[in-house]
Design a binder for this molecule. Structure first.
Ligand code: SF4
Ligand code: SF4
Length: 413
């Protein structure tokens, strides 16, 4: 696509990056076919091709940011369009820039700004989130059913094995996962311990920055990224760890991009690139130990309950990691059911389900209809946000796939 960027952005790093992405788009519209918001709303401007064109016009100074912002707000950043695009358009890079520019140039109504601030600060600070969740659990009986369904009941973390292996990896604690699903990292540590890897969670390694970054507080998001790098760096520098394991694919997708997101930061660029290079999704790490995993389950020889698996967008489109969790669950004897349109988003999308509840709930119900269609007893996924969002719409248990695997190992059947 030919571009003619306006003076306010031409020649800046943002403008140059946007220009590179825009020039790759041939405006064919193939991406619309797999865009969840285009499928749902049927509006060209709520599909990737339309959003790309809106951002182009805004960056060329032809339309106001106020016109563009609502369409960018409705984008899930699921990156399904990137998986479909034959031209390799890096849509997420453009939408990050488009959102930052639109946020600077448009004025949101006060109530909307306040709502976004509460969501951003409340979710990205583990202490604040924990306190709010505790209060919400106490007030649950008084809340409307739709809100109450979003408040997960309290769960316990089981034992974390001692660090005893020469092979060691870091794991991200994250911001909301410790309060919502405290046993996910512990389950990962137990399973990895059985295959000879010790998992280490470093105190103070909290939010990866994705929440703030994707709510258009990009400076705040980069501050969180630097803080996380600082927390991890001593262990990385000493050569104590061979990888950084992600149990929440939404965080993994962002940490894998630290190298790009901090490329302009002279002080942190090198360390950010190193952190990205070390980052692996848990399913990739365990797929590398598949023979041992199969050995652990072979002795049991049990055929387990039928499960459905929802691959998060941040895993299948963001990180382009596919198939590992499913094959590990099958190796553990689970009867994985076929799920229609498993490339589609469940509507969670970080804080999206709180800010765009109508679209998010429709997408969730559509996904649940597909996930429950084949009489599965439960649902597995790989990201805390997707798990909590799906669980709010079904009575069937929705859990991280490592929790299903860990339970199968503990129970032996
Ligand atoms: S992003 Fe890709 S698929 Fe979509 S219109 Fe552009 S070139 Fe076509
Ligand atoms: S990121 Fe997802 S919602 Fe946004 S334009 Fe692409 S496919 Fe559509």
């Amino acid at each position: 696509m030919q571009t003619g960027l306006a003076d306010f952005i031409r020649g800046t790093p943002e403008g140059d990056a946007a220009d590179r992405v825009l020039r790759k788009c041939v405006h064919c519209g193939f991406c619309n076919a797999t865009c969840p918001t285009y499928q749902l709303l049927g509006d060209e401007l709520d599909g990737p091709r339309g959003r790309i064109y809106l951002m182009k016009q805004m960056l060329e100074g032809e339309i106001a940011a106020e016109t563009v912002l609502p369409h960018l707000d409705r984008c899930l950043t699921c990156r399904n369009c990137e998986s479909t695009c034959p031209s390799g358009v890096r849509y997420h890079e453009l939408v990050d820039i488009g959102r930052a520019v639109a946020e600077r140039r448009a004025r949101r109504p006060l109530a909307e700004r306040a709502r976004r601030w509460v969501v951003r600060e409340g979710l990205s600070r583990p202490g604040l989130f924990n306190a709010a969740l505790t209060l919400g659990r106490l007030a649950r009986p008084l809340l409307p059913a739709g809100v109450a369904a979003k408040i997960a009941p309290e769960k316990e973390a089981r034992a974390w094995p001692p660090v005893r292996h020469a092979r060691r990896m870091l794991v991200l604690a994250g911001c909301v996962q410790p309060a919502l699903m405290p046993d996910v990292n512990a389950a990962a540590a137990r399973v990895l311990d059985l295959v000879g890897i010790s998992l280490i969670e470093i105190a103070g390694a909290g939010c990866c920055g994705a929440l703030r970054f994707h709510l258009n507080d990009q400076d705040g998001g980069r501050r969180d990224m630097r803080a996380l790098i600082d927390a991890w760096w001593p262990a990385i520098e000493r050569g104590d760890v061979e990888a950084i394991v992600m149990t929440a694919s939404g965080c993994g997708s962002t940490v894998r991009e630290y190298g790009d997101l901090l490329a302009g930061d002279r002080e942190y660029a090198g360390r950010a690139a190193r952190v990205s290079a070390l980052t692996r999704d848990l399913s990739e790490v365990l797929a590398g130990e598949r023979a041992q995993i199969e050995g652990l389950f072979a002795a049991q020889g049990v055929r387990r309950r039928p499960l459905s698996y929802h691959p998060p967008c941040s895993l299948q489109h963001g990180q382009q990691v596919r198939g590992h969790a499913e094959s590990l669950l099958r190796a553990a004897g689970f009867d994985l059911q076929p799920v229609a349109d498993s490339h589609l988003c469940c509507g969670s999308a970080g804080s999206y389900s709180l800010l765009q509840p109508v679209i998010a709930q429709t997408l969730r119900d559509n996904r649940l209809a597909a996930l429950e269609a084949e009489a599965a007893d439960g649902i597995a996924s790989a990201n805390v946000g997707c798990i909590a969002h799906l669980q709010s719409g079904t009575d069937k248990p929705v859990r991280h796939w490592i929790e299903w695997l860990d339970e199968a190992l503990r129970n032996g059947g």
